[in-house]
Design a protein. Structure first.
Length: 290
């Protein structure tokens, strides 16, 4: 289908272009709000700065398409193919992307607040500076995604895959990460105040300099975790495993440690109270208290 034909038909009131063949088309800046391009082939198309508010793109092929700075609020992209697409700076507030394939996609600085991304594949995607506040990422694949300074407060991540995800300086206050696998994940300098990490796997995770005030870490595995300089004020570490973790310079004021395992834990320079440090060291094989 020719671009000029599509734009003319749209101007004349037509909205249904299901299955249209538009691979490589140049639709940069086009006004296409409310259009139905479900199952259309838009592979490699240029849709930068296009207006696609409330557009239907369910099952569309947008592989390697340029959607940078596109206006796609409330757009429907269920099962869409967006592998290696460029969505940097795109406005996708309340967009629906269940099961969308976003492997290797560029989403730097995009706004996905309250978007639906359950079971979406974001493996190796670049989500730096992305706003995902309130987004539903249930069951999403975020393995090896690059997410520094991503905003995830209020997001749902139940059952999400997070192997190798990079979350340095991420904003994740108040979210539920209970019983999730964060083995080796980089959360250095992240804001995790009030987060529920009960029973989670944080084996060898990097949490250095992170803010974890009031966090729930009951029964979590923090074996060999890097917790240097972390703030765990009033955190619940009951029954947590902190074997050979490094808590040097950590602020543990008001934290609880009932049944916690501190075998080999480093506590040099931490701000634990003297009585708490003594109790911990009595049950640890090797411990350097504050």
């Amino acid at each position: 289908m020719e671009v000029t034909e599509l734009l003319k038909d749209y101007e004349n009131g037509k909205r249904d272009f299901v299955g249209a063949e538009l691979s490589g088309a140049n639709l940069s800046g086009a006004i296409l709000d409310g259009i139905n391009l479900s199952r259309a082939n838009l592979a490699g198309a240029n849709l930068s700065r296009a207006h696609l508010t409330k557009a239907a793109l369910n099952g569309a092929n947008l592989c390697r398409a340029n959607l940078s700075f596109a206006k796609m609020g409330q757009a429907r992209l269920a099962d869409a193919e967006l592998t290696k697409a460029n969505l940097s700076g795109a406005f996708l507030v309340k967009a629906k992307l269940p099961r969308a394939k976003l492997t290797g996609a560029q989403l730097i600085g995009s706004n996905l607040r309250n978007a639906i991304l359950w079971n979406a594949n974001l493996c190796t995607a670049d989500l730096q500076f992305v706003n995902l506040r309130g987004a539903n990422l249930t069951g999403a694949n975020l393995n090896w995604a690059h997410c520094p300074e991503v905003k995830l407060s209020g997001a749902k991540l139940f059952g999400a895959q997070l192997t190798g995800i990079y979350l340095r300086k991420a904003y994740m206050n108040g979210i539920d990460l209970s019983r999730i696998d964060l083995n080796g994940v980089n959360l250095s300098e992240a804001k995790l105040n009030g987060v529920n990490l009960e029973g989670s796997n944080l084996l060898a995770a990097n949490l250095s300099g992170a803010q974890l005030r009031g966090v729930q870490l009951k029964g979590a595995d923090l074996t060999r975790a890097n917790l240097v300089g972390v703030s765990l004020v009033q955190a619940n570490l009951d029954w947590a495993r902190l074997c050979y973790a490094d808590l040097s310079e950590a602020d543990l004021s008001g934290a609880t440690f009932l049944g916690a395992n501190f075998e080999g834990t480093l506590l040099a320079g931490s701000t634990m109270g003297a009585s708490v440090s003594l109790d911990v060291c009595l049950t640890a094989t090797s411990c350097v208290a504050a």
